[in-house]
Design a protein around this ligand. Structure first.
Ligand SMILES: [Fe+2]
Length: 241
C-alpha cells in the first residue's frame, strides 16, 4: 500500500453505469439523499453522506467486497460509520459546484481513516482532487485510496455541462496506518491545519484571498508559497476577528 494508491479500470463500464443510474433514480429521495448542505463555500451536489438508511444496489456491495479483498482489509479494519453504517457514500456533483475547502478529516476515536474512492464519471471541467496542493489523477472507474485523516485534501469547483459522480467506501485503520504514511511535504502545515475548525478555515480563506484575489485556488497558493512559520500564521489569522 502507498500514500496514494490508484488502480485503473477497477470497475467495469456497466458497473459504473448501474451505480450512476441508481443515483439518478434516487437523488430526489429525501431519505437517501437528505437535503443537508455539506461544509463548503457553496455547493451544488447531492450526497448520501447524511442518509439515515441505505439502499445501495448489489453492485455497490460487490465493489465493496472487491476492495476489502484487494487490500486484505477484512481481517484488520473496521468499516467507517458513514452512509448509514455501510461505509459507502454516493455523490453527484452538478456543474457550478464550488468544491470544498482544503481540509483533513477528523479522526473518530483517534483512528486513521482511508477512503477508497471511485470517480464513476469525471466532470467536464474541474472537480479535481488536490492533495497537499497537488492535482491527483483520478480517471473514470479507477479506484483511488488515501488517508483522509492525514492528508490535506479538497475538490476544485466544477464547470461544464456534465455531472461528476463519485462512489466511495471508507475504512478505519488499526491504531497506526504506517502503510499510508503522510506525504512528508508540508507535514507541519498539514498537522497545524488539521486542527482548524470551519470558522478557522473561513478566516484562512479570506486571508488567502487578500493575497491572491485573482486566483480560483487562493488557499492552495498560500499553502504552497508561504515561507514563514505556518502555525504562527494560523494562530494570527484565526484569532483575529
Ligand atoms: Fe475529506
Amino acid at each position: 500500500m502507498v500514500e496514494f494508491d490508484v488502480e485503473a479500470d477497477f470497475i467495469s463500464k456497466e458497473e459504473a453505469k448501474e451505480l450512476m443510474l441508481w443515483v439518478d433514480n434516487n437523488e430526489y429521495n429525501d431519505k437517501l439523499f437528505p437535503k443537508v448542505s455539506e461544509a463548503g463555500p457553496s455547493d451544488n451536489r447531492v450526497t448520501t453522506r447524511f442518509a439515515k438508511e441505505s439502499a445501495f444496489p448489489d453492485v455497490a456491495f460487490r465493489i465493496q467486497k472487491r476492495i476489502l479483498d484487494k487490500y486484505h482489509y477484512k481481517d484488520f479494519v473496521d468499516i467507517e460509520p458513514i452512509g448509514a453504517g455501510t461505509g459507502m457514500i454516493a455523490i453527484k456533483v452538478y456543474p457550478g459546484d464550488q468544491g470544498s475547502f482544503p481540509h483533513v478529516d477528523p479522526k473518530l476515536k483517534g483512528r486513521d481513516a482511508v477512503r477508497c474512492n471511485i470517480v464513476l464519471q469525471n466532470a467536464e471541467v474541474g472537480g479535481l482532487l488536490r492533495i497537499e496542493g497537488e492535482v491527483m489523477s483520478t480517471p473514470d472507474r479507477a479506484l483511488h485510496a488515501y488517508n483522509v485523516t492525514k492528508l490535506l485534501h479538497h475538490i476544485t469547483p466544477t464547470e461544464g455541462s456534465t455531472c461528476r459522480y463519485v462512489w466511495l467506501f471508507g475504512v478505519h485503520m488499526p491504531w497506526k496506518a504506517e502503510d499510508f504514511s503522510p506525504i512528508l511535504f508540508n507535514k507541519s502545515r498539514r498537522e497545524a491545519t488539521a486542527n482548524l475548525c470551519w470558522e478557522g478555515f473561513d478566516k484562512l480563506l479570506k486571508h488567502a484571498k487578500a493575497f491572491y484575489p485573482e486566483s480560483p485556488n487562493p488557499l492552495d497558493l498560500l499553502t504552497l508559497n508561504y515561507r514563514g512559520n505556518w502555525q504562527e500564521l494560523l494562530d494570527q489569522v484565526t484569532k483575529s476577528s
